[in-house]
Design a protein. Structure first.
Length: 545
């Protein structure tokens, strides 16, 4: 029998109710508007219909193109456990959000954000996973969010988060859907489902997971149906990614193990979102959390040179406010991956007996300024921040040519530093970049001039702070040099503190100078990008009204 995912558009009853109440325990980020919806989802095994509830929120002002945060609940959780977590979002950030919850969320036969086995075929059906993605896609492509809370969303800034079992769902949904998510944040969630030694029923908590994707005999925990042996349960590749063609069948236990998934199903070119996650120490629930959580995943992320932050510790604490990092990632902008680092935890393998707590790949120590990124067909530029030395790999490139074997001329801190070649996967890695260096790449032989060595001192902003007008000027000597080099003399654009484009002033520049009237803009910090040829300077100006 052909198995397929079904959310019937004909029989889908959509109910909405406006709710006005405060969120207990939150003062910083109480929502401004919210509506709740119910969708009946037909389980593919034909046993029952499940009501999927979701709430759409707005926090802060109803401005256009808000970031959009998706949250899935933990074991037995609901609105009252999810909503307070938005307290940890950065001060003053306006954003929209959607939370998902099932009826009878303690029923562990179907609420674990993936799916379960069809008894007649021994095939795992990710119907929950696909239902969630279907609704998120609806939020992307229709006016559902605007109708619900009076704001539009930025489809390049969609994020997903959750804790415990919600963290498990975040891993599965986030890693597999780079076409939707810019980054994900999984708090104390599992990155693999199978039990430690393959002994079914050895631990009730592990058995719950086994039930979802095809458990073995004796793991029913009092439920009337015993599922087939886990080794006989399969899933088709991409059954949980309906935007991709179906692939061959794999053992479901392997396919839902993200380390196996990345290592055996996807090569390093898979454009996974930036991943942030935590894992518990010491082990809890009678099983080894480290080997099911971050320690299962981080070694393959290292090997494939992927962007991630892993907090190893007894942590359900949102990285002490670490959700603030998500807002700086965009689906339509590259990010950096740091490997071969001289800071933080690196070779601390659980399998070697290491249970040291701390952070792997902490971008708060060694990161980058996303507002400095220039990503063009033949040129790339970025400015690092912080301190440390690491290999830097460019991920999720948008424009830069990065086919295998492409050669680039490299400048570090505006000094020629030889050439770099893209590897067999098209990945571009610059070895051992130190501290807050700038990285400047040009495709070799492209004829692109890396610029006229524009310096920060050449760009003058006055007054600063300003109200309501400011003048941006570039030294006359640089204008003359640029003209002789036969490159674009000057390009100037302004962004707000969240990196959102405000205006392009290039066409208004006269003799290297331009005035910007910000009367219609709110007070705050504005980012001014000045590019001459292919050298970019970033400065900040403060509007005080």
């Amino acid at each position: 029998m052909k198995i397929f995912f079904l959310i019937s558009m004909l029989c889908m009853a959509l109910t909405a109710a406006t709710i006005v109440e405060s969120i207990p325990g939150t003062t910083q980020h109480s929502w401004t508007a919210m509506q709740e919806y119910t969708r009946p989802i037909i389980r593919e095994d034909g046993i029952t219909t499940i009501n999927l509830h979701f709430r759409v929120y707005r926090y802060g002002s109803a401005t256009a193109n808000l970031p959009f945060v998706v949250q899935v609940h933990e074991w037995g959780g609901g609105w009252d456990t999810m909503e307070p977590k938005y307290y940890y979002m950065p001060n003053g950030l306006s954003f929209a959000a959607i939370n998902f919850q099932f009826e009878n969320s303690s029923d562990n036969t179907w609420n674990w954000w993936y799916g379960n086995v069809n008894l007649s075929t021994s095939r795992t059906i990710p119907w929950i996973h696909n239902a969630i993605i279907s609704i998120i896609h609806e939020c992307e492509t229709t006016d559902l969010v605007q109708t619900a809370v009076g704001a539009t969303i930025d489809t390049n800034r969609i994020y997903i988060t959750g804790g415990s079992i919600g963290g498990t769902g975040t891993h599965q949904l986030g890693m597999r859907h780079p076409e939707i998510f810019a980054a994900y944040f999984a708090m104390s969630g599992w990155s693999r489902f199978d039990d430690e030694g393959g002994v079914c029923g050895a631990n009730a908590f592990q058995s719950s997971f086994l039930k979802i994707i095809g458990s073995c005999e004796g793991c029913d925990r009092g439920y009337p149906i015993k599922y087939p042996d886990r080794d006989t349960v399969y899933i088709k590749v991409n059954a949980d990614q309906t935007h991709l063609p179906l692939g061959p069948e794999l053992r479901a236990m392997d396919y839902t193990n993200l380390a196996y998934y990345l290592d055996q199903v996807r090569d390093p070119s898979w454009p996974a979102p930036f991943a942030m996650f935590s894992g518990n120490v010491p082990p809890v629930y009678g099983h080894n959390d480290l080997n099911h959580m971050g320690d299962n995943l981080w070694p393959v992320l290292e090997a494939q040179k992927r962007g991630y932050v892993y907090l190893r510790g007894n942590s359900f604490n949102l990285f002490n406010g670490g959700m603030q990092y998500m807002q700086n990632f965009r689906r339509n902008q590259s990010f950096l991956a740091f490997t071969n680092r001289n800071y933080g935890l690196n070779d601390c393998l659980y399998l070697d007996g290491c249970t040291t707590t701390g952070r792997f790949n902490d971008i708060a120590v060694h990161g980058w300024d996303h507002t400095t990124i220039v990503d063009e067909t033949n040129h790339y530029y970025v400015k690092l921040t912080g301190a440390g030395t690491a290999d830097v790999t460019l991920r999720r490139l948008q424009q830069l040519v990065h086919t295998p074997g492409t050669v680039y001329d490299l400048k570090i801190n505006n000094t020629a530093s030889g050439q770099i070649t893209a590897d067999q996967y098209g990945l571009v890695t610059i070895p051992q970049v130190a501290d807050a260096a700038s990285i400047d790449l040009v495709v070799h032989g492209s004829g692109v001039d890396q610029g006229t060595d524009l310096q920060a001192s050449d760009v003058v902003i006055a007054p600063n702070p300003f109200n309501p007008a400011v003048t941006i000027s570039v030294g006359a000597s640089r204008i003359i040099e640029s003209s002789r080099a036969s490159v674009t003399p000057l390009h100037l654009a302004i962004y707000n503190a969240n990196g959102r484009f405000v205006t392009d002033l290039t066409s208004h520049i006269i003799n290297g100078s331009v005035s910007w009237d910000a009367s219609n803009q709110p007070s705050g910090i504005y980012i001014i990008k000045v590019r001459m040829g292919h050298r970019e300077i970033i400065k900040r100006a403060t509007l005080l009204k």
